[in-house]
Design a protein around this ligand. Sequence first.
Ligand code: TXA
Ligand code: MG
Length: 364
Amino acid sequence: MWHPDARDLKPETSHLKPLQDMAITRVLLADLAGIAEAAVTLAAGGLVAFPTETVYGLGGDALNPAAVARIFVAKGRPAEDPMIVHVADMADLTRVTTELSPAAALLATRLWPGPLTLILPRGHAVPYSVTAGRETVAVRLPDHPVARALIAAAGTPIAAPSANRFGHTSPTSAAHVLADLDGRIDLLLDGGPATIGVESTILDLSGPQPTLLRPGGVSLEELRDLLGDVALGGRAAATGGQLAPGLLDRHYAPESTLHLCVGTPAACRAWIREQVVAQNAAGHRVGLLLPDEDSALLADLDADSESLGPAGDLTVIASRLYAALRALDSRRPALILARDLGESGIARAIRDRLTRAAGRVVYC
Ligand code: TXA
Ligand code: MG
């Protein structure tokens, strides 16, 4: 059993302004000076948005309940939704969990640092506010030099949900973070665009069988290669096979309505063409969130199109997905239309996010 050490003693937070008085979010470049200042802010109980390889996180000291409470307020997140705790290296695991099972140790060794979050037994120092009352904690060791340097310099594990207002599209750039959280957090470290572009894979290792809770940057295939059987649980089950349009829990959502087409590329294009013509006839503009090939084949239509990249390069599509969705949404089309890209590799994560952003899933 591991015990928290003296580093868990919390500094004073009384000099930090209460959220309602906070009007200015400082934006710093993620260089050595910026990281050092952000680390001091975190250690003092402040909130810092920072880049990771998946999306930007909204960080606070995971072992300081006051900082954790401020994250929930800044994000407008319900207290029942637990947060991921980020560590800088494997040695820090002793501060957040009590033990690593053989499966956890294998995955940590092979896939960390990286876009994988493991659900592990809660360490005694982790407040229940982080885990929403659970005896498990979500832990991730990110593969981003700024994130790791920041967590190490702060000297404490960092709780960080995605740095967006609750329910909105996750941020993959500093500008996205500011659009959602300006004036609600102390500091934003600008480290350029996130490379992976969709959130980490969440794997629950707390039960008898490893269970995928959220598909993400590490694929289900990779996990099955290492562990053998991996069950689909939670939201991964809902979007793993047949989608359940009536049961959508809307998240990652744009302001405009999004409809997702599931079917062959040709059938989806025919359906999209029909929709655009009908919307145009009613005087409405449509936004298209499609791979380059589809955009080219539908270029004659009167619609706003954001280029996602080639259909054959899902890594590029994932990295551009949220920026393209935000860009289209900012033009407030009456409707955004997107097409499903399957479920192999990172396509499973793209499907999950599009499904959750969608008001309607249509089978063509
Ligand atoms: O890539 C990512 O994972 C990003 C970056 C910043 O690391 N973070 C992120 O955090 O996406 P968030 O809070 O937006 O999503 C975390 C998800 C939530 O759906 C939450 O319910 C789930 O993780 N979660 C956290 N702790 C959990 C636990 N103990 N058991 C089950 N699910 C948990
Ligand atoms: Mg999120």
